[in-house]
Design a protein around this ligand. Sequence first.
Ligand SMILES: Cc1cc2nc3c(=O)[nH]c(=O)nc-3n(C[C@H](O)[C@H](O)[C@H](O)COP(=O)(O)OP(=O)(O)OC[C@H]3O[C@@H](n4cnc5c(N)ncnc54)[C@H](O)[C@@H]3O)c2cc1C
Length: 507
Amino acid sequence: MAIGNSLSATILVVVLVVGARLPPATGASQGPSTLTSCLSSANLHPVSSSSSDYKADSLAFNRRLSYKPADIVFPASVQDVASAVTCASQAGIKVAARSGGHSYAANGIGGEDGSLVVDLKLLNSIKVTASTQTAQFGTGIRLGDLALGLFNGGKQAMAHGTCPYVGTGGHLGCGGFGFPSRNWGLALDAVIKAQVVLANGSIVTASATENQDLFFAIRGAAPSFGIVTSLTVKTHDAPSSNVMFHYVFNPLNATTAVNTFLAYQNYGANSAPPTLGMNVELDSGVFTMTGVYYGQKSDFAAVIKPLLDAVPQPPKSSSVKTYDWLGILKQLAGGDGSLNTTTKADTFDTFYAKSLMVAEDEHLTKAALTSFFNYLYGPGTKSDTSWFILADLWGGPGSAINAVSSTETAFSRRSTLYTFQFYASSSNSAPPYPSDGISFVDGMVNSITSEMPNTDFGMYNCYVDPQLSAAEAHTVYYGDDTTKRLETIKSQLDPKNTFSYPQAIGQ
Ligand SMILES: Cc1cc2nc3c(=O)[nH]c(=O)nc-3n(C[C@H](O)[C@H](O)[C@H](O)COP(=O)(O)OP(=O)(O)OC[C@H]3O[C@@H](n4cnc5c(N)ncnc54)[C@H](O)[C@@H]3O)c2cc1C
């Protein structure tokens, strides 16, 4: 549907929710004190800079970054969210939604000073309808609680990331990769309907038949377009047999590491079935392949054989174990494996990370991999950061991620073979961050891209890199065509840039 048509549809389904409890708008931007009084008169109990909770409520998961929100609110209903957005619009204050607060750039607190933070933690209900294989949940729910809710509601499941504390609002708004994604798609591919609060305070539904442009935009670029308050998703029967494998190849020299990685790249591109999710993990001196085969253990040996036949040296050690669905989620969660995030406080980290998406039709060359491993086996051994790299397999034969057209969702990098994440923390996870940490991570990426200067590498929007300018970020996350389409939708749905942060569409 054309944008004009879809916007007319938006107007038709708008539910007007604001006004009665709010001071009248004057039209001019009025600033922070107006915001606070408007939020107070709407009974939203804003946490302001003078509040005793302000410091704790403003903390980002990534402690490398800290920003000062204008106010923080914890709405208990979608109408409260709409009132908060209306107050901010009237006061000329930008708005950031916060779901799990795990943005790498601290975008959940605005990614810069001065935003109204709308924390969604009270909107965390979930309703599973196993008979139709659908579920509806508030975007304040986190991944671990979502997974438990789906399973307890009729042994249902969906693809998503591994960390139980990551929020569904941010995760499904940018992508949402997990090992089942080659079989089931990204988490955002499961979305069939969303409830969204727009910049003008209206509450609308977005789906394949209502507000299609908004539906396109919130699946990959949600933070720039509104606050998604609830999502309806398609679910799957949780597989009962899940084979987890680890193959440890280290220590390796750079040459053998290159050839081992090339074996992985070829296997991923040509042989890995969609029921297999896996990655290569590199760490100081570490080279492991880890993953899950969603099937029977008796079939696994044949599935993995082409890879093990191709590596230059057999693994030094290995483990292959079968788990039920919750068992595999707990294994992948790390820590104590608890999926219930209400039992224990979230942790934090102090880090910088980047990503690189390697396309199906442009694999890394031997020269690029040689340069990369020389970097890891050189500067990588001397860094004072605690670092790791993951290369997650996304594409290959039958990948459900790449089966989706690149024009279907704002997440448009639909021809990725694997996605690298380059991540370096301070050694104790707490500030201060080492002064050379950012250049060390940049060096990892440059060691690859400098050998393939004409390649159009994408980057993954969920591993948001705050060092990029808005224009650079849009190019690598979305590509130019999707960016143009998003800019048009933005100018119509949020002309005053209420949903604004350093890399937002419309910057
Ligand atoms: C420890 C860790 C593990 C991770 N593992 C994975 C993984 O396995 N796979 C993967 O794909 N990614 C993974 N990620 C990345 C993760 O998907 C993103 O950081 C994601 O954006 C975090 O979402 P959040 O709700 O927790 O963060 P937030 O900081 O709350 O939000 C992130 C962004 O989304 C916006 N936002 C939040 N809620 C909404 C909403 N309801 N409507 C509109 N915008 C909203 C925020 O304003 C912000 O811009 C991981 C991140 C961390 C820190």
